[in-house]
Design a protein around this ligand. Structure first.
Ligand SMILES: [Zn+2]
Length: 306
């Protein structure tokens, strides 16, 4: 069985909406409970996240934006993104969870890590909070990985929404590849097939828009054929995954019909894309608690054996 690192802290529960919101602490509680019920809790290596320093946050965000978030008051940062008393700490630790996961791969010999964090990150651009996201956890993680010596980073984003923030941050970069499958057209509106990167980053962004109703079949092709070719051509030193589980049929925020077996096939596709490289998953969306928790368990089951 593989060693699988699981990064989590109760600090992530302190990012609290005022009233009902789909991106709520219960998401993480459901994941933890399901892992315990499935006897996965005792099979993973538990890792405490660090509090990411602002010097790390600024590897993917403009200093003026970081200052704005440091000084933010309780309320909404954009029409969807709330900010509570505990949000800044949760957001710093969410980035720190990805950083610590990557560090354990580099220095601790791990090859499989899952960071169960809130708030999510992939809609956050270098200067804007958006779509429930404050800091772009995976984007900072990619820059941190490069700092540790992982030269080429391949980001895979299977959240049902396009990761506009991540795409934007690396759009002109030829050392960080951004691959995304997402419902299209849908929030946030970006992610057409024509968006392929620009300048020296041309060809290093790859979007697979999925029509409403797309199911396991379409995802099988994306993750077991197309992804494998792209990874093999790019030759990454590490793979970072924006793992959003709102592509499940049960999810209230989208219309893709992936099943639990489909999630298993996607995760297998990712884990077999290149032998020997570390793979760090970071939680993004997923708003049906049962489907979310089950999907994370399926992901960890596969990480333990592949
Ligand atoms: Zn999403």
């Amino acid at each position: 069985m593989n060693k699988v690192g699981f990064v989590y802290s109760d600090i992530f529960l302190k990012h609290l909406p005022d009233g009902w919101h789909p991106e709520r602490p219960e998401r993480l509680k459901a994941i933890l409970q399901a892992m315990k019920n499935a006897s996965l809790w005792e099979k993973v290596i538990h890792i405490e996240p660090i509090r990411a320093g602002y010097e790390y946050i600024q590897m993917a965000h403009e200093p003026a934006y970081v200052e704005r978030i440091k000084g933010a008051t309780v309320g909404y940062l954009d029409p969807d993104t709330y900010f509570s008393d505990g949000s800044l700490e949760a957001a710093l630790y969410a980035v720190g969870a990805v950083i610590e996961g990557i560090k354990r791969c580099k220095e601790g010999g791990l090859r499989r890590v899952f960071a169960a964090v809130r708030p999510p990150g992939h809609h956050a651009t270098s200067n804007r909070a958006m779509g429930f996201c404050i800091f772009n956890n995976v984007a900072v993680g990619a820059r941190y990985a490069q700092m540790l010596g992982y030269r080429k980073v391949f980001i895979i984003d299977f959240d049902v929404h396009h990761g506009n923030g991540t795409e934007d941050i690396f759009y002109t970069d030829d050392k960080v590849f951004y691959f995304s499958t997402h419902q299209y057209p849908h929030y946030p509106g970006t992610g057409s097939r024509d968006s392929r990167g620009s300048g020296k980053g041309e060809g290093y962004t790859y979007n697979i828009p999925m029509p409403p109703g797309a199911d396991d079949k379409e995802y099988e092709k994306a993750y077991n054929e197309i992804l494998h070719e792209l990874v093999s051509d790019f030759g990454p030193d590490i793979i970072l995954v924006s793992a959003g589980y709102d592509l499940r049929a049960e999810d209230p925020l989208a219309h893709i019909s992936v099943t639990s077996e489909g999630i298993r096939r996607i995760v297998r596709g990712i884990l077999t894309a290149k032998e020997g490289v570390p793979v760090v998953f970071t939680l993004e969306g997923g708003y049906n608690l049962e489907a979310l928790a089950e999907s994370v368990c399926v992901t960890i089951e596969e990480m333990l054996v592949i």
